[in-house]
Design a protein. Structure first.
Length: 206
């Protein structure tokens, strides 16, 4: 009896039971995430990267157009009000004759605010151009080629992944321009609203 028991122990030692959970475990993929979706570098798929760049350029482009439209309106409004005030005989006499009087301080401040509003709006429409996207995307870089044929030939040694890389960098450039535009637009509207409020208050009290 003892020999049979010893034999069973020896067999079990030599052939341990399999861990069921370990045997059923799936192999881990370095690109897998906790939600089960596969994660891959988008640059490894240039078509997907360019598709995203197309979407992002249209998305940011709409906001840039909206900023330009608002800035055009603010510029026209601020310059129009400034021109009206400077053609008003009473206000013009106060402004062109500096003094320590309250009316001079008020109307001078109003005109300066309206001028600042127009200036900020102008730079919204015509921002400073800069790029980090390379020679094949930025319009000034493209125009620097001597001919269209030379520009086309420049693609002969360029891989699709490099094109995708430059397109994504161009998305970054557009986003930076968009942020600058809206910051200038915010300043323009703030100066303009303050100036118009001053005009309304001054006319009501006069």
């Amino acid at each position: 009896m003892t020999n049979k028991y010893s034999d069973l122990v020896e067999v079990e030692r030599q052939n341990p039971p399999h861990d069921t959970e370990a045997s059923l475990a799936l192999p881990q993929d370095d690109h897998s995430s906790a939600d089960g979706l596969e994660r891959r570098d988008i640059l490894s798929n240039p078509d997907a990267a360019i598709s995203f760049a197309n979407f992002h350029e249209q998305y940011v482009g709409k906001y840039i157009q909206l900023a330009d439209s608002k800035a055009s309106f603010v510029f026209a409004f601020a310059t129009g009000i400034s021109a009206y005030l400077l053609t008003s005989k009473n206000i013009l006499e106060i402004v062109i004759r500096p003094s320590l009087s309250l009316p001079f301080f008020i109307w001078s401040t109003i005109i300066v605010l309206l001028a600042l509003s127009a200036a900020f709006a102008f730079f919204v429409i015509f921002p400073r151009q800069s790029t980090s996207s390379g020679d094949l995307v930025f319009w000034k870089s493209v125009a620097s080629f001597n001919s269209a044929e030379e520009y086309v030939r420049s693609f002969s040694n360029v891989e699709s992944s490099e094109i995708a890389h430059q397109r994504l960098k161009h998305c970054y450039d557009l986003s930076k321009i968009c942020v600058t535009k809206y910051e200038l637009l915010r300043r323009s509207m703030l100066a303009g609203v303050t100036g118009i409020t001053g005009v309304c208050v001054s006319l009501l009290l006069s």
